[in-house]
Write a protein that binds this ligand. Structure first.
Ligand code: GTP
Ligand code: MG
Length: 204
């Protein structure tokens, strides 16, 4: 497949919701971005969309507390990128954590058009209990998972392959479902689109 296959022609935000009753009606296949706050979900989404500032990014964790849907148009059709709120930020109440769980679980459990949930993980860190629990939770429900390693630009080239292998082994996912990326350099973005598209081709 050529690089051009992942070129995005149009990108726009189409919906935002703070509760499941406000989710938009399912339409195009969805790629959901899931992960700890500050891991780089919104930055990656902008890279996937080929737009600088479609989704809001911030050095202050926990800014994105709604679910946002962005439509991106590629040659093979529309995809919805779904920016889920991050978890794990400090100084958050129990009620706030409960709200996160209800919102994210309702999305992941009840979305017929969800093709893949990408769990983002900083390549420099090990998978924590939250990430391992999420991967198990997705597997139990038959939701296809991708492990997307972020911020590879921050790792010396010499260490990259070894870190990717260690994280893949820890996740238990097949190599085709693990992609190393950088929202800063654009590294891994065509590979991530390919991994996502392959999941759809599988389903037919
Ligand atoms: P929440 O919305 O709070 O859950 O965070 P998020 O996961 O959306 O993270 P966001 O994209 O806002 O990025 C957090 C910080 O990491 C920002 O300062 C980004 O500039 C930085 N960042 C994200 N991706 C990369 C990357 O690939 N490389 C580098 N060097 N920095 C990155
Ligand atoms: Mg964000």
């Amino acid at each position: 497949m050529s690089r051009g296959a992942s070129r995005v022609r149009e990108a726009e935000m189409v919906a935002a919701a703070a509760s499941p009753d406000r989710f938009p009606r399912p339409s195009s296949p969805e790629l959901a971005l899931l992960g700890r706050s500050n891991v780089g979900k919104s930055s990656l989404l902008n890279r996937l969309a080929g737009r600088r500032a479609l989704a809001r990014t911030s050095a202050t964790p926990g800014k994105t507390r709604l679910v946002h849907w962005y439509r991106v148009a590629r040659a093979r059709g529309d995809t919805l990128l779904v920016d889920l709120p991050g978890y794990g930020w400090a100084r958050v109440s129990k009620a706030e954590r409960g709200r996160w769980r209800v919102l994210v679980e309702a999305y992941l459990e009840g979305r017929p058009t969800l093709r893949a949930a990408a769990l983002l993980q900083d390549v420099r860190r090990d998978l924590g209990d939250d990430e391992l629990r999420l991967l198990a939770w997705l597997a139990e429900r038959g939701v296809a998972a991708l492990l997307v390693l972020t911020k590879v630009d921050k790792l010396p080239r010499m260490q990259r392959a070894q870190r990717v292998r260690a994280l893949r082994e820890a996740s238990g996912l097949p190599a085709a479902q693990v992609v190393a990326t950088s929202a800063q350099t654009g590294e891994g973005i065509p590979e991530l689109w390919r991994a996502f598209d392959a999941l759809g081709d599988e389903k037919g």
